[in-house]
Design a protein around this ligand. Structure first.
Ligand SMILES: Cc1ncc(COP(=O)(O)O)c(C=O)c1O
Length: 395
């Protein structure tokens, strides 16, 4: 076998060891040591100064009045839905991570699935409008893979139909809409700070809003629903963020611009590298926006010469880890298919679920690694028919 043979046909793998889909960038121990020592000395492991400082730094960064730290994006979404007193149904994309839907169902709401735009993979505004019914009280949109949703059109739709607008911004730190960070638009943004994101607190989330009364209720909601008088205002959770997570998040915020810049430059580089490879589409991001590129997702079309699943297998042999986000999409998952309506058309969601493949992307990915990923894809495409013949023989 020559070195240009794909590993799935017996060639040498592009990477000698598995290239993980995620490698979190974390601060040095020495950067955190004084604060960790102070937390241990004072015994203030929760509800202390570090949390207050972190929240205020995040509010400043996002340009919002309130940033409330919570234990995860999922708990933040659950609390926001309750704190807003939402009832009935909520329009939401099915092409999203399962927590967008689980938070609605936990809050006693019925998701109504709307389709996504095939180029941006974000909520299609016409499909969202068509999905609204008499019981709808809100729209939940996602900044999918870190690319801002069509915010202005969604705000106009929510206003016209008298609905709340919530952004599941799990992927949103590092994303910009019209030159500013996403965060102040709609009624609330809810972010994730888990290790696959650009801003990392270990685990955690942020609820960002300019609405004073919603902010006050979210603070109560993360504290069991207890406003302080030991009389539950509404059923809440323990969704507090510990002090250790707050110091990790604060240190991570200092690296956010670097992280976003590095991911954007890695994606531009890969786009150039694969410019002549047919059948691959990158997520479309309008030139006025910036994606965080929390995920680097490609759509593998028929012209590529192999299916998405065949490519994933061939890349696995090259020691390149991939993910099939989101396959199955929410409306095909066991717990959530009951919410499908006969009128829902989710053709783009089904197409993207079958063809999307997320590649490794990190906040400090070296150029030679991204070039090698591009080279592996080219190499695999070159041998597409040989690989397909082999798959037909050994399915
Ligand atoms: C779109 C989306 N929403 C919600 C979540 C849940 O975030 P968390 O793990 O912080 O609860 C995720 C997780 O990555 C996500 O991708």
């Amino acid at each position: 076998m020559t070195s240009s043979s794909p590993a799935i046909l017996g060639g040498t793998p592009t990477f000698p060891q598995k290239l993980f889909i995620v490698r979190p960038v974390l601060p040095q121990l020495s950067d955190l040591q004084p604060d960790v020592a102070r937390i241990l000395e004072t015994g203030m492991v929760t509800k202390g100064d570090y949390l207050a400082r972190f929240e205020s730094a995040i509010a400043g960064h996002l340009g919002v009045k309130h940033a409330i730290a919570v234990s995860s994006c999922t708990s933040g979404l659950m609390i926001v839905h309750k704190a807003m007193n939402l009832t009935g149904s909520v329009v939401v994309p099915s092409f999203t991570f399962m927590a967008t839907i689980s938070s609605l169902v936990w809050a006693g709401l019925n998701p109504i699935y709307a389709d996504v735009d095939p180029r941006t993979t974000n909520l299609d505004v016409a499909s969202a409008e068509a999905a609204i019914d008499a019981d709808t009280t809100a729209i939940v949109a996602v900044h999918n893979f870190g690319a801002p949703a069509n915010i202005a059109a969604l705000e106009a739709l929510a206003k016209k139909r008298g609905l709340k607008l919530i952004f599941d911004a799990a992927h949103g730190f590092g994303a910009k809409y019209g030159g500013v960070p996403v965060g102040g638009q709609g009624d609330a943004h809810v972010y994730s700070l888990s290790p696959t994101k650009l801003l990392i607190a270990g685990e955690g989330g942020i609820v960002a809003t300019n609405d004073d009364s919603l902010a006050a209720r979210v603070r109560i909601g993360r504290e069991y629903g207890n406003s302080g008088a030991y009389d539950t205002a509404f059923p809440g959770l323990n969704a507090r963020m510990p002090e250790f997570s707050a110091i990790l998040g604060t240190a991570s915020l200092a690296n956010l611009e670097n992280a976003a810049a590095c991911r954007n430059s890695a994606v531009s580089r890969l786009k150039e590298r694969l410019a002549n490879v047919r059948g691959i589409e990158f997520q479309y991001v309008p030139s006025t926006d910036r994606s965080s590129y929390k995920d680097l997702s490609l759509v593998i079309g028929p012209e590529f010469g192999m299916t998405r699943d065949e490519l994933a297998r061939a890349l696995d042999a090259e020691n390149i880890d991939t993910r099939k986000y989101y396959d199955p999409p929410a409306h095909r998952q066991t717990a959530y298919r009951q919410f499908v309506r006969s009128s829902s058309s989710l053709a783009n969601t089904d197409m993207l679920a079958a063809r999307s493949l997320s590649l490794p992307i990190w906040s400090h990915m070296p150029d030679d690694v991204i070039d090698a990923i591009g080279g592996a894809i080219e190499k695999v495409q070159h041998s597409a028919s040989a690989i397909q013949q082999r798959t037909t023989r050994n399915p």
